[in-house]
Ligand binder design. Structure first.
Ligand SMILES: *Cc1c(COP(=O)(O)O)cnc(C)c1O
Length: 481
């Protein structure tokens, strides 16, 4: 069994084994014609269940053959130009190369004595990101597993900084379009059930600052403590960006921690033409960025940044076996002192390789391309009588709904749109997302693939209309009979 351990004696086996895996994936990518096969859980579950985990195959080639059947053949492929559903990007090759290196060396970024240069590389990238945001000389941060964890950590720091005796009085103000992880974080932090105050959005799905001002004033009048305002720079559904300068001014006025959730919009930090959309983010006390959304990085790659690095002490705990107090005096850089995690992947290496090969402008260019595609797609939708489209995109999402020419009840239109989404998924020809707007069923494209063309968008809109019309035709037949 020792032949399977990666070490000096097995370097050749490692090279062959990993190369074989790379070949399989490369073949898949080269021959995949659709983003998905449309396989159902019922069809795939028996294939996975039939694998006897207590009878190993003993050999990587055989395991890879099996993997073709249980996973690779029916996986959902984000690189395909007709995958238009969630905030998943196609990944850049330098980042995948970084992934290969980091898992083999297997550094753990909790302490210097488990990572050495890895810690310094992560710190450089935190400084680089904070610099792009404009957080100032005292900024710091740490890589996390994703936007959910980044938001949780930011709100933990905000709660501690609020220094409240009565946690039930703490309030977090955020727009009705913000990510649900804000609510989840509030629960995990032990805040009361009414802790998250939902601030309404305007027609463009941006937080209404007049309403925010009113809520802050109401908190003050009622003796409540607004511990944080969470502004969103790129809402998950609409890509809308809250008015950051106005929100920052209100936070300054009320002495409230400003967290900017830029999990999606962070790609603008690399853009040479759209960076101004994030103006005001430099006033934040903390910022969430998801490199695995708009920096074309593989999952996971995310970070939380803070204006005042000293606030990260609220996540610091010492263990004699790991990061004893003396290591602080000895100025040994232990990232665990800043993180919610202990053992932690060297995800930063992927971004490092990306910046060293492509540069930030290269990433920004790719993100600009998808933003331009979304603008073009919006014009297409707005001119198409079959569709009702919601907001003009700032980033790269389009939210729309099929509406038939003849008078049809709103609930039948809801069902037709839902049906179209499911039918498309089952066909595997394209994958689109759905959401609700004003209680009605809408469809959503999240465009993160520069290879997707306006022709792909037009073709998928035809497919959706076809499925929706077919459904409504069938429903009329049922009603007539
Ligand atoms: C995706 C997203 C999150 C959550 O990030 P994960 O990486 O999925 O945990 C948080 N906020 C916004 C605005 C998002 O779009």
């Amino acid at each position: 069994m020792r032949a399977h351990l990666l070490n000096d004696a097995t370097a050749e086996r490692y090279r062959r084994s990993v190369t074989e895996g790379v070949e399989r994936v490369a073949d898949r990518l080269a021959t995949t014609k659709r983003p998905f096969t449309g396989v159902t859980p019922e069809a795939l579950a028996p294939v996975v269940s039939a694998v006897d985990l207590d009878r190993p195959l003993g050999d990587a080639s055989a395991a890879l053959d099996e993997l073709e059947r249980v996973y690779l053949r029916d996986a959902v492929y984000f690189h395909h130009p007709r995958y238009l559903a969630h905030l998943n990007c196609p990944v850049v090759i330098p980042a995948v190369l970084g992934e290969t290196v980091l898992s083999a060396v297997n550094s753990s970024l909790d302490t210097w004595d488990q990572s050495a240069g890895g810690t310094l590389i992560e710190r450089r990238l935190i400084d680089w990101t904070a610099g792009r945001i404009g957080l100032g000389a005292s900024a710091d941060g740490v890589f996390t597993s994703g936007g959910t964890q980044s938001n949780l950590q930011a709100l933990l720091l905000a709660r501690e900084e609020a220094k409240a005796d009565t946690p039930t009085k703490l309030r977090v103000l955020t727009s009705e379009c913000s990510h649900f992880s804000v609510q989840k974080s509030a629960t995990l932090l032990g805040l009361g059930p009414d802790a998250v105050v939902s601030v309404p959005c305007d027609r463009d799905k941006r937080m209404r600052t007049v309403a925010l001002a009113a809520e802050l004033e109401r908190c003050r009048a009622e003796g409540l403590i607004p511990m944080a305002v969470v502004a969103t720079a790129g809402t998950t559904d609409f890509g809308s960006i809250d008015p950051l300068p106005e929100i920052a001014a209100l936070c300054a006025q009320y002495g409230t921690w400003l967290h900017v959730d830029a999990a999606y919009g962070c790609g603008l930090l690399a853009s040479t033409t759209r960076r101004s959309l994030l103006d005001g983010i430099e006033h934040a006390d903390s910022v969430t960025v998801d490199y695995h959304k708009s920096f074309f990085q593989p999952v996971s790659s995310s970070a939380v940044l803070v204006r005042d690095g000293a606030t990260l002490r609220h996540a610091t705990y010492h263990a004699d076996y790991l990061n004893p107090r003396r290591t602080v005096e000895e100025r040994i850089p232990n990232q665990v002192d800043k993180s919610l995690q202990t053992t932690r992947r060297f995800d930063a290496l992927k971004l490092w390789m990306t910046l060293r090969v492509m540069g930030a402008d290269g990433i920004g260019q790719l993100f600009d391309e998808v933003c331009e595609l979304a603008a073009e797609g919006w014009r297409l939708l707005a001119a198409d009588p079959r569709y009702d489209v919601v907001v003009e995109p700032r980033l790269s999402t389009l939210v729309f709904r099929y509406v038939p020419a003849r008078i049809t009840s709103p609930s039948a239109i809801d069902r037709a749109n839902l049906h179209a989404r499911k039918a498309l998924f089952a066909s595997g020809e394209a994958v689109v997302a759905g959401t609700s707007v004003g209680g009605r069923q809408y469809l959503k494209f999240t465009l993160l693939n520069p290879e997707t063309s306006i022709r792909d968008i037009a073709a998928v809109l035809d497919l959706i209309a076809g499925h929706a019309e077919q459904y409504l035709g069938g429903e009329n037949l049922v009603r007539a009979s």
